[in-house]
Ligand binder design. Structure first.
Ligand code: ACM
Length: 263
C-alpha cells in the first residue's frame, strides 16, 4: 500500500491556492492513502473566531467538495486538515474521503496554544476508518494530539494499522515522540507537517517540516527535510501491524495490565 504525505507552506487564508496545491499533489502522488497537513486549506495562525469563521466550511463547502472529488477521481484515501464549520461551532478537523468512504471528519481533541481562542474542542473522539479495499484500518489524530500517548493508543486499541497525523508542528520534540508512538503501539505512523512561518498580531510561529512515515518499530521509512515542499511516499504492509508480539512470549497488547493503571 502506498502512503504519501504532502509537505508545503499553505498561504494564510488563500483557500483556492492551497486547495489547488493539494489537488495537484493528490493527482501526481498515485498513492493509496494521502495525508495533507493540519489546516492545509486555510493556514494556521488564527487568533479570533471571527477571523476563522471567514474561512471555515462544512463538508459541503466548495474546497471540501473539491478535495472529496479528487479523492474519488484518483481512487485515493485523502486525509486533509481544514477549518470545519458546523453551525456555530468551529473545529480544527481532518477531512477523510476516498473511494467507497462517506466523507467524514476527525475533530482535534487537544487544542494547542491560541487554537483555544478560535476553535471548539473536538467532539468526535478517536475512532478508526476501515479501508477494506486496502485491507487496512486507518486512525487519525492531529498534531498536538501526539503529546498524549492516549491518542495513538486509543486508535491502536481500536485496531488501527496506520495512524496518520496531519500537523503544523512548532517544536522539535515531536521527532523523538512520534516514532515512539509508532513503536509502543506497533503501528505505522505518518506525519504530514508543514513548512514556513506565519505572523499575526506581532507574533510569529514557525513550522518545521521533516514529515515522515515510521514503521512499527519506530524506524523511519521516508522523511522530508525541514524546509522544502515535497511529497514523500513509501510502501507499507498494513497487516504486519496486527502482530503485537516481539518475541515468543511477549505481546504488547496482551501484556497490558489496565487494572493497575488507575490511581
Ligand atoms: C499544533 O498542534 N499545531 C502544534
Amino acid at each position: 500500500m502506498r502512503v504519501a504525505c504532502l509537505q508545503f507552506c499553505p498561504e494564510f487564508k488563500n483557500l483556492d491556492a492551497n486547495t489547488n496545491i493539494i489537488i495537484d499533489a493528490v493527482r501526481s502522488a498515485n498513492a493509496d492513502v494521502f495525508i495533507a497537513p493540519e489546516l492545509a486549506t486555510s493556514g494556521y495562525f488564527f487568533q479570533s473566531r471571527n477571523e476563522l469563521r471567514d474561512v471555515a466550511q462544512g463538508l459541503d463547502g466548495e474546497h471540501s467538495r473539491a478535495i472529496i472529488e479528487v479523492a474519488r477521481e484518483t481512487n485515493t484515501v485523502v486525509v486533509c486538515g481544514f477549518a470545519e464549520a458546523d453551525g456555530n461551532s468551529l473545529y480544527n478537523s481532518a477531512l477523510i474521503a476516498g473511494p467507497d468512504i462517506t466523507p467524514h471528519t476527525y475533530r482535534k481533541t487537544h487544542l494547542f496554544y491560541k487554537e483555544r481562542l478560535c476553535f471548539d474542542p473536538g467532539n468526535s473522539g478517536f475512532y478508526c476508518t476501515p479501508l477494506p479495499h486496502l485491507d487496512c484500518t486507518l486512525g487519525t489524530m492531529i498534531c498536538y494530539d501526539w503529546r498524549f500517548p492516549e491518542s495513538a493508543r486509543a486508535l491502536a486499541l481500536q485496531g488501527a494499522d496506520l495512524v496518520v497525523c496531519p500537523s503544523n508542528l512548532v517544536t522539535h520534540l515531536w521527532r523523538m515522540a512520534m516514532p515512539v508512538r509508532a513503536m509502543e503501539n506497533k503501528v505505522f505512523l505518518a506525519v504530514a507537517n508543514r513548512t514556513g512561518s506565519e505572523e499575526s498580531h506581532a507574533e510569529t510561529v514557525s513550522f518545521n517540516g521533516c514529515s515522515a512515515v515510521y514503521d512499527t518499530n519506530g524506524g523511519t521509512l521516508v522523511e522530508a527535510n525541514a524546509t522544502e515542499t515535497s511529497v514523500i511516499i513509501t510502501e507499507i504492509d498494513p497487516a504486519s501491524a496486527r502482530t503485537k508480539s516481539f518475541n515468543a512470549i511477549n505481546d504488547i497488547f496482551a501484556d497490558r495490565r489496565p487494572e493497575l493503571y488507575t490511581r
